[in-house]
Design a protein around this ligand. Structure first.
Ligand code: GCO
Ligand code: MG
Length: 410
């Protein structure tokens, strides 16, 4: 029987920071797992190096479920983004190994394909309408068939999620990364935002029609009542979803939003276990689960969460920004094509440097992503090149109220 011989933590920064776990078996089979926690990367690297890698050595790499339970229950301290990203990395690396040993892509081990590919949405943004329209056109030219729309708000400066440059492929400055010893600060005003956003969606529908699925991310900035107001005012524009309208950790707060608006809701990119979703799912307070494989304990945990959601007709809409590494994105795609209750997949192409360090086999054609047919996940890591991109701290911005400088959710 092969055993786990080595578990190495690889940190690289080709444009932005990534943490990867590589597990090697005594037969020489390797598996990769993503452990990237944007802005807190080294905490997961240390958790893995100090507390997980040593205890993996000697275990049976085929026992994915048992290893998951061992790391989750055995830690005593449960849940939390650092722990769950570390468990996810081990889990995904073991699925990669199992696929390679079986000679099959991971999606085959998950039950095979349920669809030709995963409908992807891209990120269009602009500080004003002409630049937003240009960005939407660029995304349509790149083949996207669903588009997230973010815009600047009059009276506010830079707003998270809005690119300042509209060249094809351009994106928000913090994607790839906001390097520095401390986060940048942005100013916020929710009332201006609530007034402005419906006018933007009216203009986008007028220009691009009603066929194109449109999404919007509220980045946790509203109270339940404010979210209800926004959801209602966006109803005429037929959104695919309104994302993270409130900080979802108060799950009961979503009852207020849900009872007031039929705009579909997506939540969960900052969640890390099924328990964060319990009320949201059983009371059908959301339509889409936003988790990433990387931040929710891996393929094993996210598949169970999605099976639970399926009972309530809730679909997937996995988080796929560039701070989820190509390994994490590949893991999501294997789930996407196999899940019966797939909804949509977020997709931002990684930088060219990133895609040289992580050689991927996934494809994007005619608006659909496919994980490819290589055994395992289909991603290879270039150690030599990875080592040339040294880690440096990079942070998401923080958000303060324009009125008085209070710290605010975003
Ligand atoms: C999204 C997001 C991202 C996150 C980022 C955090 O929907 O893609 O909200 O932009 O803010 O991934 O690390
Ligand atoms: Mg989001």
């Amino acid at each position: 029987m092969a055993t786990i011989e080595r578990a190495e933590v690889l940190v690289t920064s080709p444009g932005r920071n990534f943490v990867t776990l590589r597990i090697t078996t005594s037969d020489g089979v390797t598996g990769l797992g993503d452990a990237t926690l944007n802005g807190r990367e080294l905490s997961v690297a240390a958790y893995l190096r100090e507390h997980v890698a040593p205890i993996l050595v000697g275990l049976d790499p085929q026992r994915i479920e048992d290893t998951w339970q061992y790391l989750y229950r055995g830690a005593y301290w449960r849940r939390g983004p650092v722990t769950m990203a570390a468990i996810a990395a081990v889990d995904v690396a073991l699925w990669d190994i199992k696929g390679k040993v079986a000679g099959m892509p991971v999606y085959q081990l998950l039950g095979g394909q349920s669809r030709r590919g995963a409908l992807a949405y891209g990120h269009a943004s602009g500080s004003d309408l002409p630049s937003l329209f240009q960005s939407i056109r660029n995304h349509l030219d790149e083949g996207f068939k669903a588009i997230r729309v973010q815009t600047g708000v009059p009276g506010l400066g830079q707003v998270y999620g809005v690119a300042t440059d509209q060249k094809p492929g351009a994106r928000y400055d913090y994607e790839p990364a906001g390097r520095g010893v401390a986060p940048a600060e942005e100013a916020w005003d929710t009332r201006s935002y609530l007034r402005h956003i419906p006018t933007i969606f009216a203009a986008v529908r007028e220009e691009f029609g009603y066929d194109l699925p449109l999404l919007h991310d509220g980045h946790h900035r509203m109270t339940p009542n404010q979210a209800a107001i926004l959801g209602k005012s966006l109803e005429p524009y037929d959104l695919f979803w309104l994302e993270d309208c409130t900080p979802g950790e108060n799950q009961e707060g979503l009852r207020r939003v849900r009872s007031q608006t039929t705009t579909p809701l997506a939540i969960g990119e900052v969640f890390n276990t099924v328990f964060d979703y319990q009320t949201l799912i059983t009371e059908q307070l959301i339509d889409y689960v936003r988790s990433a494989v990387t931040h929710t304990g891996g393929i094993t945990a996210l598949k169970k969460l999605m099976d639970f959601a399926a009972v309530y007709q809730i679909k997937s809409g996995f988080h796929g920004p560039t701070d989820v590494s190509p390994v994490g994105q590949a893991a999501a795609l294997h789930l996407d094509v196999s899940l019966p209750n797939f909804g949509i997949q977020e997709y931002m192409k990684h930088s060219d440097d990133t895609l040289r360090v992580f050689r991927t086999g996934y494809t994007f054609e005619d608006g659909l992503l496919h994980p490819g047919d290589a055994p395992g996940l289909g991603v290879e890591y270039d150690d030599e090149l990875g080592a040339t991109f040294e880690y440096s701290p990079a942070y998401l911005p923080v958000n303060r109220l324009q009125l008085d400088g209070s710290m605010h959710d975003w």
